[in-house]
Design a protein around this ligand. Structure first.
Ligand code: PDD
Length: 286
């Protein structure tokens, strides 16, 4: 089936959708994005993703080409047209096409480019990976200093993912000044005793929408949460580890740099949080 995608106001078959070679997203990675998951044909945490999109645009002084209502409608229409029951909606906004290459921002009246497409992922909620757990390696964090902005500059995370693959692992946790920042495309957590430990929010990490929900659910379930830095050594001594993101929800990590974490199998805290997250998010899905 040909995917229907959305480009600057038009719904098109994917092979007919184009963006200019002068687009700032293409030439300068001057763009931001969001990934919203779909379960039961409904959007998970749409409000959170819209709020973060607005924040990313604001931080980069980029115009917002859409509104909450319009964007929700585009998401829903693409999900329906493409028959997505489980999967994701990818959204990207760039500073648009100034018609030439220049480091300076284009004139104010340059229209931002907006692109959305769906990704069909049957079995996303019931993923076998969640039962098996992931292996991660540690790498240096080579990204820029504003990781709180969800930009499309993804070369460092992409190289990290390839390094993990080459090492026979599934993903990489990035380390800066001796402390874990986050995974290549997810937030990172360890569990010691009854305490969930994850890095505090700052410009050093992306403010995960899944993270916010999971920490809220953890607090509601009387679990203890500490938002602080942790090292790879501390992680290796942890009872459990896991990641969160819109595309993985809560996913256990069972191995770090070749060393088993805890029993080397998915832990009960991660399993419980995944269950609560899926249940509560589905209830609130729109
Ligand atoms: N990645 N940290 C980074 C660096 C990320 O790229 C992501 C999301 C997260 C988790 O954020 P959220 O819970 O809002 O998805 C944390 C998306 C899924 C991606 O790039 O595909």
């Amino acid at each position: 089936m040909t995917r229907t995608v959305y480009v600057n106001g038009a719904y098109l078959p994917e092979h007919e959708a184009t963006v200019s070679i002068f687009d700032r997203g293409f030439l300068m990675a001057d763009g931001v994005y969001e990934v919203t998951s779909v379960l039961d044909g409904k959007l998970i945490d749409f409000d959170g993703h819209y709020a973060r999109l607005e924040r990313s645009l604001n931080e980069l002084d980029m115009g917002n080409p859409t509104t909450y209502d319009d964007l929700l409608e585009v998401h829903r229409k693409l999900v329906a047209e493409n028959g997505i029951i489980e999967g994701m909606v990818y959204l990207q906004v760039t500073r648009g096409n100034p018609g030439d290459r220049d480091f300076a921002f284009p004139p104010e009246d340059t229209v931002p480019t907006i692109v959305l497409f769906t990704q069909n992922k049957p079995g996303l909620a019931n993923s076998p990976a969640a039962k098996k757990g992931m292996k991660v390696i540690s790498i240096e964090d080579q990204r820029w200093a504003r990781r709180d902005i969800k930009t499309v500059q993804l070369l460092a995370p992409s190289l990290g993912k390839m390094a993990a693959k080459a090492a026979g692992a599934d993903d990489a946790w990035m380390v800066e000044d001796g402390y874990v920042t986050e995974g290549t495309s997810n937030n990172a957590y360890i569990v010691k005793g009854n305490t969930i430990i994850t890095r505090a929010l700052s410009n050093d990490i992306l403010h995960g929408i899944t993270r916010a929900a999971v920490l809220r659910f953890a607090a509601e379930a009387q679990m203890k949460v500490e938002e602080r830095n942790f090292t790879i050594d501390e992680a290796k001594e942890a009872d459990e580890a896991f990641i969160t993101s819109a595309s993985t929800f809560v996913m256990p990590v069972v191995e770090l740099d070749g060393a088993a974490i805890g029993s080397g199998t998915p832990g009960s805290v991660a399993a419980r949080l995944r269950e609560i997250y899926l249940e509560e998010s589905l209830k609130a899905a729109i």
